[in-house]
Design a protein around this ligand. Sequence first.
Ligand code: BG6
Length: 516
Amino acid sequence: MAGTQVSQDLLRDDSRLPRVPEPGVMVIFGASGDLTARKLVPALYDLAAQRLLPMEFAVVGLSRTEMSHDDFRAKLREALEEHRADQFSEDVWESFSKSLYYLPGDSKKSETYAELKDFLKKLDEDHGTAGNRIFYLSSSSSLFPTIVEHLGEAGMNEDAGGEEDGGYSRLVVEKPFGRDLESAQELNVDIQRYFDETQIYRIDHYLGKETVQNIIALRFSNGIFEPMWNQHYIDHVQITVAESDGIGTRGAFYEETGALRDIVQNHVMQVLCLTAMEPPVAFDPDSLREEKVKVLKAVRHIPEDDAESFAVRGQYDEGWVFGEEVAGYREEEDVASDSQTETYVSLKLLVDNWRWAGVPFYIRAGKRMPKKATEIAIQFHKTPHTLFSGSETRGLEPNVMVIRIQPEEGVSLKIGAKVPGSGFEVRSVNMDLLYGTAFLEEAPDAYQRLLLDLMLGDPTLFIRADEAEGAWGILDPVMKAWSDGGSEVARYEAGTWGPEEADKLLKRDGREWRRP
Ligand code: BG6
């Protein structure tokens, strides 16, 4: 009977059962930094609270700051009380905190690694962590090659941990992965000298977001979108990563980085790839990453001597955000008074393949925008013939499908509908799906998902070497044009949607930016 067959299949299907990883240790380089307290440890704490961490698990924080194990734990507890205020449980903390350790050490010195190796061996004995090691590079990126070399020299790169009874060894590399194509290629060579690509997990937290993964679900688990997902039906695509926050206390980092490197090279390029890629043959690491790389290869090269026609950079001046007066970028701490660093970028990218020929992808990412909004807007062509008069269709816009990544995660479709009444006025209205109301489960934090995948050895949602390089390759000509003195960074008032130049970028094509 068909019904019996289905329930038997469901019984056999273990995809909804919690996946608990093998025992192991996570060593965090740069552990005194912000990421550890704000993201990594809260994500591990959440996993512990949901019993998704193995009992035999430990974290070792490593950085130069002198701290005892207890100081480290106290610092993390404080951070958890702040970032997990509602969910903090004394019981969970009691057992979780016993797995937290700290080693002060200079990551440029060999003795640090000898000490680490001994310490890890001791943890294997005390916590049963079975020689499985994850090395998480969350320090300044300039230290990545040095750390990897030392790990290699100490034999900690080997999958057997250099020991007969050892387990796996994995390397996690935080962003930014290099500063440009050349440095990313060098970094790949440096880390691949000691670690095999299968051991390397380049992390981009956007891939851990449920709503980013949902782009894949939306496109490939529904038959109705795929036939329309191409140049025959789509006029253009807009990808927006807007933040209302400024750069906070990260002035020194941001001066070196800027919006193009901080957001576009990684988060935006990943979203672009998932939106534009062909259906992968399977949902496995290589099939998915193969398709993403093909998109990056198809993006048309931006000519360095005409970068202005494709790229705009902006920087915020003082202004008002949510009714509060905020300082301009150049007034922020650790920022030069004549800084040319961009806090806003917009790009026009063309994907030269059969699916997307002639469909521009307009991208923008900026700080101090009127609100936080990350979304993909797919704008469809206008109807080929207008049945109604101009006055009847004054409020009618082309169909737009918006995939909202955050906040108010969901999907909406703008359609034309008749305004109730005796006339025939047609206006655009939204059909809205809000994930928050469609599902009862709360979405896990992006890092929680990625750290779990990492411990389970699933690299699907991590970046492959050629993806990182492909994304830099697209942006290199723009960065060169800007650093070779191209036009000055354009200005925009904090609390607005970016500089006028960005509006002109679309106006030239007879289009305009959406207001998310
Ligand atoms: C980080 C950037 O990678 O992403 C930050 O360094 C940015 O500058 C952040 O604020 C945005 O992430 P999210 O998850 O808040 O969209």
